[in-house]
Design a protein around this ligand. Structure first.
Ligand SMILES: O=C(O)C(=O)C[C@]1(C(=O)O)C=C[C@@H](O)C=C1
Length: 109
């Protein structure tokens, strides 16, 4: 006879899975804190760029960041495609913030 597949609600009683999930929760918390810190500094970069009238996006800098992170990802056994998608996603959001700073600066004259 074949064993019945466990249902997702049974996962709550699984001590092994609970141990893995504690570690995942710690890592997710660290990721959020690191992202918050990254956005804190890019906020300052956006204000500075708007003040000295530098463009929000710097494609050459992005290309260097992506190449570096792809190489780090390969060394760390992480999919470089994923690391590129992730950093592009973050940088796109930063550029939107920078554009808002530039618009506010232009409006203030
Ligand atoms: O380094 C900059 O010039 C930034 O504005 C920061 C940042 C980033 O989030 O890393 C964002 C936008 C640029 O296109 C490049 C990099």
């Amino acid at each position: 006879m074949q064993a019945r597949a466990a249902q997702p609600e049974q996962a709550g009683n699984d001590a092994v899975l609970a141990g893995f999930r504690r570690s995942i929760d710690n890592i997710d918390a660290a990721l959020v804190c690191m992202l918050a810190e990254r956005f804190r500094i890019t906020q300052a970069v956006g204000e500075y760029k708007a003040r000295v009238q530098l463009p929000p996006a710097d494609p050459d800098r992005e290309a260097r960041q992506i190449a570096r992170l792809r190489s780090l990802a390969e060394d760390a056994d992480l999919d470089p495609e994923f690391s590129e998608k992730f950093i592009r996603f973050v940088i796109e959001e930063v550029i939107r913030h920078h554009q808002r700073h530039a618009a506010a600066e232009a409006e203030a004259g």
